[in-house]
Design a protein around this ligand. Structure first.
Ligand SMILES: [Zn+2]
Length: 472
């Protein structure tokens, strides 16, 4: 018996789990996340449901949001008028098997039958065939990938929230969804609670939460679109035009950054939309005079800044004009510096830090925020910083190389410094006495204009050097 179970385990791993893992890690033949600037995708599984789906459709209509419904074939068969309504109101319909059963528990031929049957039902109601498929519980098997990967696009999700349980409650659900509400995200929700493991009335909570989320999305300028449109947009995205070699370099480099952030415990000003990371450390560079007359010397505490290079990269490949970039960058910094000031106040030990400190190629902009811009003393650190920043720039910007040749003068890494008192006076004046939790809540609710935040291209932080190269 035990041997049999063991064998079953091995076979099932091979058949279901390993492919599942492969798709999750590599996104192989499977769509999980898009790359828009203002678009996200609402997707609903397990319906249609006679009680909740009409309410959901009303809600989506009120907010002019388009969604994707992965319908269970038998439910579609019982509620043809709802499938018709989804179609007529501009939503995309995909397949979620004929009965809600895992592909792991069915032979490949049975899965194919389930899919075909559901496709037929959808076609008979709407007059259109679908080519989008989401397996129940996201469990994909080898056959799904090999055969159906070609005919059907397998769509998973980038975020789910446990909305199939009634006890989660509308408040917690709202909070969870809002945490993930970002461009490109594919959100998984359920408009039917009659499948195994779900609560029949759970969609009631979902509808309450969704209405709040749609309101917030409207505020942030975000719009829900159909998954097929998101796929199309991703295929036309500028990232796709980069060579594979360059993409590989970018991927490796972003992995390195993530490790760096973890190892050195960088904090992020706005974790939902990272632009500035920072950490408290001891200054180890040359002695310099701050504008308030104090000296910054080796061993003094500083708050070291790092720009988020993934964001720089994403924006860099989308940008056309340097002026536009500069304007956007200034706007994003204006939004982040006050938050940073409040956060710095909250860190124990940061109050006696002398300055904000960073190394950047951005030499013209920082003064208006109160930064001093200083030359790095020539030496190993300055030279290796320059090499690293040049490399970053060539990766970040498509015309990076030629830009480098044109403006070699301007692209010298410099040190930017701001005394901590200047940071506090300029950015933490109003409300510096507010309790911490209040600030936190305010940050969470802050509407984010993602387009504006995407914009810091000509600067790059010298992370990686700081830790490996002795500052001179
Ligand atoms: Zn499902």
């Amino acid at each position: 018996m035990q041997t049999l179970l063991l064998w079953l385990f091995y076979i099932s791993s091979f058949y279901a789990f390993i492919p599942g893992l492969i798709t999750r890690i590599f996104g192989f033949r499977v769509f999980r996340k898009g790359s828009g600037e203002h678009e996200y995708a609402l997707t609903f599984d397990d319906g249609p449901d006679a009680v909740y789906t009409p309410k959901l459709l009303d809600l989506l209509k009120r907010y002019d949001a388009k969604a994707t419904f992965f319908v269970v074939g038998s439910h579609a068969e019982n509620n043809p008028e709802l499938v018709k309504r989804m179609h007529d109101e501009g939503h995309l319909i995909g397949i979620h098997n004929y009965i809600h059963k895992s592909n792991w528990l069915m032979r490949p031929a049975t899965v194919t039958k389930q899919i075909m049957k559901t496709d037929k039902i959808i076609h008979s109601i709407t007059g259109e065939r679908t080519s989008y498929y989401r397996p129940p519980w996201g469990i994909v098997n080898l056959f799904d990938l090999k055969k159906r990967g070609g005919k059907f696009k397998i769509v998973l999700w980038s975020a789910m929230f446990g909305d199939w349980r009634e006890r989660i409650g509308a408040d917690r659900l709202t909070e969870r969804i809002l945490n993930k509400l970002q461009p490109g995200e594919v959100l998984l929700l359920h408009d039917c609670g009659t499948t195994a493991g779900a609560n029949p009335d759970a969609p009631q909570q979902m509808l309450v939460a969704l209405e709040r989320v749609l309101q917030e999305a409207e505020q942030r300028g975000l719009k829900s679109i159909r998954v097929d449109e998101m796929i199309k947009a991703k295929e036309n995205a500028p990232e796709k035009k980069l060579s594979l070699g360059k993409l590989a370099v970018v991927k490796l480099w972003l992995i390195w950054e993530t490790i760096f952030h973890k190892v050195f415990r960088l904090k992020t000003v706005n974790p939902n939309d990272p632009l500035i990371h920072y950490r408290l450390r001891k200054y180890s560079g040359q002695t310099v005079e701050l504008e308030d007359g104090e000296l910054l010397q080796k061993g003094d505490k500083v708050v070291e800044l790092h720009f988020d290079n993934e964001k720089l990269f994403r924006f860099g490949i989308r940008s056309r004009s340097t002026v536009h970039l500069a304007i956007q960058m200034i706007r994003s910094m204006e939004k982040e510096l006050p938050v940073l000031a409040h956060q710095v106040m909250g860190i124990s030990g940061a109050k006696n830090a002398k300055a904000l400190y960073g190394v950047t190629m951005l030499n013209r902009g920082p003064q208006q925020f109160g930064f001093q811009v200083l030359d790095l003393k020539d030496g190993l650190f300055a030279r290796s910083s320059q090499l690293y920043l040049k490399f970053l720039l060539s990766v970040i910007h498509p015309s990076g190389q030629s830009r480098l040749k044109e403006h070699t003068q301007r692209l010298i890494p410099k040190m930017i410094l701001m005394p901590i008192n200047v940071l506090m006076e300029r950015y933490a004046e109003n409300g510096s006495h507010r309790p911490h939790h209040e600030m936190k809540r305010e940050r969470g609710n802050q509407p984010e204009q993602t387009a504006d935040n995407n914009d810091l291209t000509l600067s790059a932080s010298a992370q990686g050097l700081e830790s490996s190269t002795p500052a001179i």
